[in-house]
Design a protein around this ligand. Structure first.
Ligand SMILES: [Zn+2]
Length: 371
């Protein structure tokens, strides 16, 4: 199995909307944590966690390597002195600007925003997903609102149009970055970012925009995220609270419809978010090509395993099939069977479970991508 075969096959096919994989889980999350999550969305929930964990891992690696720091040489001792004095008075970004180091000032700003905003985004998503495990659905929706409706847009803007974003940040903020202003350009922002990712043939910006921002889009998130934040919503017709009601207060939390609605679209939205984060990190410091390919392939094929579309599942099977001839259980010798569980487990957990004796064996799939 070569890297190019994997990549070539991972980039086609529609990834909008996750399917249902009833009673399948990947082994990523302990079963006791999944007991309140409806079986039909467990794999989708695990996939969302997998994307989160992969991004956290990336963030930690970059922070450890101090990859966000901008390195440059001062022209002379005088410039170094002036920087020292200025930066303690006005901060390092403004000091660099005043010294005419505009490109360095931009890099410092963009890298600092990226690290802080990604970290903030992932903290919210983690807590939101944990709330979904405990049936605290409204709290989860509250927590999803900021990363999905705010952070994602600014991150996408930085990826798709770094100069435009920096211009607005440096010269027009805060007013020029206000949601009211940005709101008019959201779809263009999402489209420009999408074009910088390998998802551009599998996903459409108008779908993303509808899911996140169109209150009239029946299967979207905007309405539920807005309603989760406010008890009464009156301004927009499509989000308006019904008479004799408070948003979500009369909701029966034993019903599964909130889970089904959320996990139909959340995996795709987080897939997009994770590729935006990848793009921003890669720009900060070029990522190892093998690590980048492993990320792209595992996240996209992982998405395919959520579906009930036999074509996509068969595609994953076909791509991972060479492993079935190579790998066997070290305990009893049974060959690796590419069950739906093992497809998801290989991609998200980098292990497989023996269909004979059920022993789980690690298999570092990402290493296959090392050049
Ligand atoms: Zn075995």
């Amino acid at each position: 199995m070569t890297k190019s075969v994997l990549i070539g096959h991972a980039l086609t096919g529609d990834v909008e909307r996750a399917g249902r994989s009833r009673d399948v889980a990947s082994g990523l999350i302990p079963r006791n944590r999944l007991k309140w999550v409806p079986p039909s969305v467990r794999l989708a929930h695990e996939y969302c966690f997998f994307l989160h964990d992969t991004c956290v891992h990336m963030l930690a690696e970059y922070e450890k390597a101090r990859a966000h720091l901008v390195r440059f040489k001062f022209r002379d001792a005088d410039e170094a002195d002036r920087f020292e004095k200025l930066s303690s008075a006005v901060g390092s970004i403004e000091a660099l600007k005043q010294l005419g180091r505009l490109e360095e000032a931009k890099r410092v700003a963009i890298n600092t925003i990226t690290i802080g905003m990604v970290s903030d985004c992932l903290h919210h998503i983690y807590e939101a997903l944990r709330c979904m495990e405990r049936r605290k659905v409204v709290v989860a929706f509250n927590l999803f609102r900021k990363p999905l409706l705010d952070n994602l847009v600014y991150l996408a803007w930085m990826l798709g149009d770094e100069d435009g974003f920096y211009e607005a940040f440096a010269n027009q903020s805060p007013a020029g970055l206000a949601p009211k202003i940005v709101g008019n350009h959201r779809q263009a922002i999402l489209q420009a970012a999408l074009e910088k990712t390998v998802l551009k043939n599998a996903l459409k910006s108008d779908w993303l925009h509808s899911v996140l921002f169109k209150d009239s889009y029946e299967r979207g998130l905007y309405k539920i995220l807005q309603r989760a934040v406010h008890l009464i919503t009156v301004d927009r017709e499509a989000v308006r609270t019904e008479p004799m009601n408070f948003n979500f207060i009369f909701k029966n939390h034993t019903e599964d419809d909130s889970y089904e609605g959320l996990y139909e679209v959340l995996p795709t939205v987080l897939l997009f978010l994770s590729h935006v984060i990848l793009g921003l990190y890669d720009r900060m410091k070029n990522m190892d090509p093998g690590a980048r390919s492993a990320f792209e392939v595992r996240t996209i094929l992982g998405m395919y395993t959520l579906g009930d579309d036999p074509a996509q599942v068969n595609e994953v099977k076909r791509i991972l099939d060479p492993l079935a001839t190579l790998l066997a259980c070290p305990q009893c010798g049974t060959k690796l069977a590419l069950t739906k569980h093992n497809l998801a487990r290989l991609l998200m957990r980098e292990s497989f479970r023996c269909t004979g004796c059920r022993v789980v064996t690690s298999f570092p799939l990402s290493y296959l991508f090392n050049s």
